[in-house]
Design a protein around this ligand. Structure first.
Ligand code: ASP
Length: 296
């Protein structure tokens, strides 16, 4: 079997957790639109990196998700964003943590990757890098939705589930893999907290020799298990992709009891999806299918 056997293929997710009933439909429509966007990029001959960036960007622009506009607020009522991207062709990676006033954090992460220096930039240094590469800041309030502001106010009284991080994994026609993740993190998180979505190997990983994976859910638990890379190591051991995803979630559940979800592709483009949460809006398209398959 060659790496091209099942390509191109793209999978996107819209966050693990329990979605409020009023956003379930919006998220289903959102992952559908994003997967089609990424798919068009792939079928037009675009790279897996371009496809995952395009898909995640669209989800960042959609206020139904906890990424870009619509992200959740931290304890101080501010939005701090994490994102990462990885190119399985050469293991190039870029990530940003705790950045403010950036509409498309995944594009900033890609710029970090393409600069070829540090892999992870955070806070003020990341803002300066954005300015240097011409990525404009928006007003802080431009990212805040009514919904998240109301949720922040409510959450300060009682705790609720987090959901709505976004991510994508893709295999392109040339047989290259990529993964990208973007999030506002956890509601009421401590200012300066950076989660798994900014950490290569934890929330995001891609290696043409192995596969590509993206995680969502309790970031601290995902970091402890380096979940994306761990799931891909199960592929190396010979697990089928679906079983690798399930085993990763099972192990994390057994070790931490936390709530998570994962999407992955092996190097042949075979799909693995698993979660231990009530929901995780998810969509994929592969060669031969015109319509995305939706799963939540
Ligand atoms: N994993 C993200 C974080 O901990 C949140 C999520 O996926 O819902 O920042």
């Amino acid at each position: 079997m060659t790496a091209r056997s099942f390509g191109p293929v793209i999978v996107v997710h819209g966050g693990a957790g329990k979605a409020a009933t009023d956003v379930v439909e919006a998220r289903r429509a959102g992952v559908r639109a994003a997967v089609m966007n990424g798919w068009q990029t792939l079928t037009a001959g675009g790279s897996a990196v371009e496809a995952v960036e395009q898909a995640v960007k669209m989800l960042e622009d959609d206020p139904a998700f906890n990424a870009g506009r619509g992200a959740c607020l931290n304890r101080d009522g501010e939005i701090e964003l994490d994102a990462s991207i990885m190119d399985g062709r050469d293991l190039a990676a870029g990530a940003i943590g705790a950045v403010k006033r950036i509409v498309n954090p995944v594009t900033l992460a890609r710029a970090v990757m393409e600069a070829g220096g540090p892999i992870l930039l955070v806070g003020e240094g990341a803002q300066q890098f954005a300015a240097a590469v011409g990525i404009q800041e928006c007003a802080a309030e431009a990212l805040v939705t009514e919904r998240q502001r109301a949720r922040w106010t409510a959450l300060r009284q009682e705790c609720a589930e987090s959901v709505g991080t976004v991510g994508a994994v893709a295999l392109d026609r040339a047989g290259h893999l990529a993964a990208a993740t973007s999030t506002g993190g956890l509601p009421l998180k401590a200012p300066g907290r950076v989660g798994d979505s900014a950490l290569i190997g934890c929330g995001t990983y891609a290696d043409d020799q192995l596969g590509a994976a993206g995680c969502t859910g309790d970031g601290e638990a995902i970091i402890k298990l380096t979940l994306a890379k761990t799931a891909l190591e199960f592929l190396r051991e010979g697990e089928e992709p679906m079983e690798a995803a399930r085993r990763a979630v099972r192990e994390l559940t057994a070790r931490t009891g936390a709530e998570v979800g994962i999407i992955l592709l092996d190097r042949y483009g075979r799909i693995g999806v698993a979660r231990n949460t009530a929901q995780m809006a998810c969509a994929w398209i592969r060669e031969g299918n015109i319509d995305p398959e939706i799963f939540d």
